[in-house]
Design a protein around this ligand. Structure first.
Ligand SMILES: [Zn+2]
Length: 111
């Protein structure tokens, strides 16, 4: 799971928070409080399976509600997994060393 904070190196956000976090928005690391976001190129690429699924559905090649739902769900699941596992978090502000030191001290230097 790629939820490592680019500032402090600790676990920055939950999986659900990351899924809700697009490349255009920012979240605060729950450890150091500094702003992070999803890396834009990887985030866009991770949406390809969803786009392909929508294209297949719109193309009319597949008929019937069941297969269409399966394709849609498959695209969504694949995109979500890619997004969680592969898209790294990037810093959205200058790293403040005092915040990082405080976060690591609070975490007992676990990485
Ligand atoms: Zn952090």
């Amino acid at each position: 799971m790629e939820t490592t904070c680019p500032h402090c190196g600790l676990d920055a956000v939950s999986a659900w928070r990351k899924l809700a976090l697009g490349p255009a928005s920012t979240a605060k690391c729950r450890r150091c409080g500094l702003k992070v976001s999803a890396a834009v190129p990887q985030a866009l690429l991770s949406f390809v399976p969803c786009v392909v699924a929508v294209a297949v559905v719109l193309s009319g090649v597949v008929r019937g509600t069941g297969p269409l739902i399966a394709i849609g769900a498959g695209g969504w699941v694949f995109t979500s997994v890619l997004y969680l596992v592969w898209v790294p978090l990037v810093a959205r502000q200058v790293t403040r060393q005092d915040a990082v030191a405080a976060a690591r001290a609070a975490a007992g230097h676990r990485t």
